[in-house]
Structure formats: C-alpha cells, structure tokens
Design a protein around this ligand. Structure first.
Ligand SMILES: Cc1ncc(COP(=O)(O)O)c(C=O)c1O
Length: 358
C-alpha cells in the first residue's frame, strides 16, 4: 500500500542534467557559469567563523536584501531571498495557487514548472511559442479565457535564449488577470546594449514577480541562492507566511553578499560568456549547427539530417563532453549547449567536427 497522495503517486519527478563526479568532463549541460566565484567570495568563505553557526541565521536575510535593493534601486521590502530559484517557484504555487486553480507557461520552457504543478495538485496549461520562439499571439486573452491564476515566462527564454522586450511583458502584465512570473534566471547574460530592464514593472503592476538567481550569473549554483523582486503585496505573504522561517543559511547569506559586493567580477564573467557565445555560434554555424541569437549562456542548435541529435549527444558524452538533449516534441532534433571557457568550446567544436564527418 502506498501512503503517497494520489497526485504524487501519479507524477514523475524532475529529471536534472547529469552531474558527473569526474573533473575532466567538459560540462556544458546545466548552464553553470564556466568561471569560478570571485576572490571576494573566496575571502568571505575563508573568513567565516564556525562560532557564527551556533545561532539561527537572519530570517529574511535583511543585509543581503538591502545590498540587492541598492543594486536595483528598489526597497528591501520588494525582495525575498530564497534557497535557489526553485524554492521561490514552489513558494509562488504554495502562496497564490489553490489546488483547483490552473497555472500556465509558454512552451517549451523550464520543465520544473510542470513537476511543481503536479506536486501541488493543480492543473497546468501550455501555450506553444511561435516557431521563432517569440511569445504566442494573444497570450493574455488566452490566459484570461482559461482562468489561469499564475503564468511563468522565462526571459531570456530557456532553452532558446530568445529575449522578449520589457514592453511586451508590460503589455502582458496589463491585460493578464493573474500573477505574471518573469523568470530571469539567465538575465545577467543579456547584452547591456539592449537596455533590457523589467524591474520597473513591479512598480507599475501589482501582478508582476521577477525571479533572479545567484546560480548562473554569480557562479554560485552550489550555494542555492536566489531572490524574488515584486510589489510588497506579492512579496509579504511569501516572506512572512509561507517560506520556512530560516530558509537560507548563514554561510549562503554571507557568500551571496560578498558576490553582490564585487559585482564587477561577476560582470567580467558575463562579458566573457557573451564574447564566447558569439564566437561559438559562428563556429557552430560553419558546421551547419544553427542556433537562434541567444541572450543567455547557452545555444540551442538544430542538428540537420541525416544526423540525429540524440546520436550526437551520445557521441559527445562518450568523448567526455556533456550537453543537454531533450527527448521532447519540438526539441528532439536539437542540443542545448552551455557556453564554456574558450578551451572547453574548442574541445566541443573539435569533437563535433569529428562526429559530423563520420
Ligand atoms: C529557467 C530557470 N528558472 C529557474 C531556475 C532555478 O535556478 P536555481 O534554483 O539554481 O536558482 C533554473 C535552473 O536551471 C532555470 O533554468
């Protein structure tokens, strides 16, 4: 006999990208930053006193919230710190979605949304993106017609890397009657010349919540730190009612604070990733592996016939290079490749050339 709730028994768990133990693997499968955390983070880690672990950590990470508030020119009250972006996504469902409600996304996108909906017991709708990965037409009208309570939009989009403008998102927020979550897990890699900034939307609309993560932009995926930015009316119920009292630990708060304090270091990694993104995209196109212009730290390449994306993924894996293959409609002829260091990207290109010749 099973003690699981029926929806838990029926659901499938999230399938993460492989996390190999060997250090010689070229890991281009889970969109980590290829550069290590900066020297300020290393110093903060080395300077931690074990005595500081005796007490509980600050419950809402106020010092870190203040540092982020000044970075984004908003109030600390507009910020909630969470144990990775994934915790924020779960809190959003726990706080704003009843089991009889429906949530939605423009698909394909981050597959965890579906898993969270199944665990929560609510239903989920998928509105297919256009062929060029742009947002579906009349999305707000469709969401309202289907009485959707909360909609996740990843921007820049994963897995394509395509960026919607803040204006498009504002139009969606204005018309949509539910909570619009703009998942900006990859926003640090957007070209600054595009001047993209969705944060002002939290002042204009009471239904916009933005997700930011320390995982990719700050090279801290192992730390599990992220934050939500939104109007107080969306932040407060999560901050004071639904999150665990001490959801982020003392060490994580201290290291995230050090990372924000040395944003120039993080920004230097964003620049290197953007440069490599352009170089790699051109080199892949020369191998007939074309990818849309990504504003993220990955490229989604289409594998042309007669080759098969899954075979190429396996071939790379045998050569010690991990990329991501999704066996899903619309994605099964593609590979998502994280931008690595110049050396890693060169190794990838050499191996791809070899595999495509055979
Ligand atoms: C689109 C998207 N959103 C959110 C996350 C959550 O990131 P984290 O929990 O590492 O902050 C990820 C992680 O891969 C992601 O791809």
């Amino acid at each position: 006999m099973s003690y699981e709730r029926p929806n838990i028994q029926a659901m499938r768990g999230y399938s993460s990208g492989e996390q190999p133990d060997q250090s010689d693997v070229v890991k281009l499968n889970t969109n980590e930053n290829p550069y290590p955390p900066g020297p300020a983070v290393a110093r903060a880690l080395a300077g931690l006193q074990v005595e500081s672990l005796r007490r509980y950590p600050p419950p809402t990470a106020m010092v870190l919230r203040q540092a982020l508030a000044s970075l984004h020119a908003i109030d600390a009250d507009n910020i909630i710190i969470t144990n990775g972006g994934d915790e924020l996504l779960r809190l959003l469902l726990a706080t704003f979605v009843a089991p009889e409600d429906c949530i939605a996304t423009a698909s394909p996108s981050y597959s965890l949304y579906e898993v969270l909906a199944a665990a929560h017991g609510c239903s989920m709708k998928h509105y297919p993106l256009n062929a060029d990965w742009s947002l579906p037409p009349k999305l707000a009208a469709q969401l309202n017609a289907d009485k959707v309570k909360l909609c996740f939009i990843v921007n820049p989009h994963a897995p394509s890397g395509i960026l919607s403008s803040a204006l498009q998102l504002a139009e969606l927020a204005r018309e949509f009657k539910g909570v619009l979550v703009i998942d900006e897990a990859y926003v640090n890699f957007v070209d600054p010349e595009l001047d993209y900034n969705a944060i002002p939307l939290i002042r204009e609309f009471d239904n916009v919540l933005i997700l930011r993560s320390f995982s990719k932009g700050y090279s801290l995926a192992g730390l599990r730190m992220a934050y939500g930015i939104g109007p107080k009316s969306l932040i407060d119920p999560m901050q004071y009612k639904t999150k665990d009292s001490y959801n982020t630990d003392f060490i994580a708060q201290a290291l995230a604070l050090a990372a924000v304090g040395d944003i120039d270091y993080a920004a230097s990694t964003w620049l290197k990733v953007r440069e490599q993104r352009a170089t790699l995209r051109t080199a892949l196109a020369a191998l007939h592996l074309n990818a849309p212009a990504s504003q993220s730290n990955f490229l989604l390449v289409t594998v042309p016939a007669p080759h098969l994306a899954e075979q190429l993924y396996q071939g790379l894996k045998s050569a010690g290079i991990l990329v991501r293959y999704f066996k899903l409609p619309g994605l099964d002829d593609k590979l998502r490749i994280t931008i690595g260091t110049p050396e890693e990207n060169q190794r990838l290109l050499r191996e791809l050339q070899h595999l495509l010749q055979n």
